[in-house]
Design a protein around this ligand. Structure first.
Ligand SMILES: C[S@@+](CC[C@H](N)C(=O)[O-])C[C@H]1O[C@@H](n2cnc3c(N)ncnc32)[C@H](O)[C@@H]1O
Length: 214
């Protein structure tokens, strides 16, 4: 949960990017553009994404300009647009070809339509199955591979139709580099399993969904 002081600290930190609470919300609204599949592909709720940003920028003191973040299943691209507008080097992967094409186009269009907002680094999105064996070595346009990522982000809501066995997602993260942070919302990973894969909770008092590879 975010207190008013957290929200204030976050947007003060983001001041140079032009990203305000209102503009972040505008992005969420604009990027829910996929009509009939909107509920299936529904994006991460606004407050949760805001919380993750606060977590990365304020609590972990991460500098977005030095940070590569990968959205595993980037969908409509709402988180990608926000990460990019906040100055991160943002990367996305989704196995839905149409969604990859549309999200790349829409992110560019919508961000440019919001006054005072810019894509500091244009997000790069590839169409792939992130469970596949060759995924860790796949290159984005700038040569970056999933192995180079500093932060991984993955969001599924409770009733998502996609397979989401914790072992499979974790196996896909065995290639993460030392120090990588893994943000997974709505998972109930077992702590033992996470430790087996080299991840440990950043703050044991908190949800185990925020982890760092030691
Ligand atoms: C609930 S949406 C999340 C969208 C976005 N990350 C967000 O938070 O707004 C989950 C996305 O994961 C994608 N997805 C599911 N399984 C996948 C897989 N094995 N490889 C790549 N993408 C996958 C789906 O196509 C869908 O767009």
């Amino acid at each position: 949960m975010m207190f008013d002081s957290d929200t204030k600290a976050l947007y003060e930190q983001l001041q140079g990017t032009g990203l305000t609470r209102q503009k972040l919300n505008d992005l969420r609204v604009y990027l829910s553009y996929i009509g009939e599949n909107a509920s299936m592909y529904r994006p991460i709720p606004f407050e949760q994404l805001e919380y993750l940003l606060h977590y990365l920028l304020i609590e972990c003191k991460i500098v977005p300009g030095n940070t590569k973040i990968l959205d595993l299943g980037s969908g409509h691209g709402f988180p990608l647009a926000v990460f990019s507008a906040a100055g991160f080097h943002a990367y996305g992967v989704d196995d839905d070809e149409e969604l990859v094409r549309e999200s790349a186009r829409e992110i560019k269009k919508k961000v440019s339509e919001i006054d005072g907002l810019a894509l500091i680094h244009e997000p790069q999105i590839i169409c792939a199955d992130y469970y596949s064996e060759d995924f860790p070595d796949m290159s984005f346009k700038d040569g970056t591979t999933p192995k180079d990522m500093d932060v991984f982000f993955c969001y599924f809501y409770e009733e998502s139709p996609w397979k989401k066995h914790e072992e499979v997602v974790l196996a896909s993260l065995t290639y993460a580099k030392t120090g990588a942070i893994f943000l997974a919302e709505h998972y109930n990973f077992s702590e033992d399993l996470l430790r087996e894969h080299g991840f440990s909770p950043i703050d044991p008092e908190r949800s185990i969904s925020y982890l760092k590879k030691c």
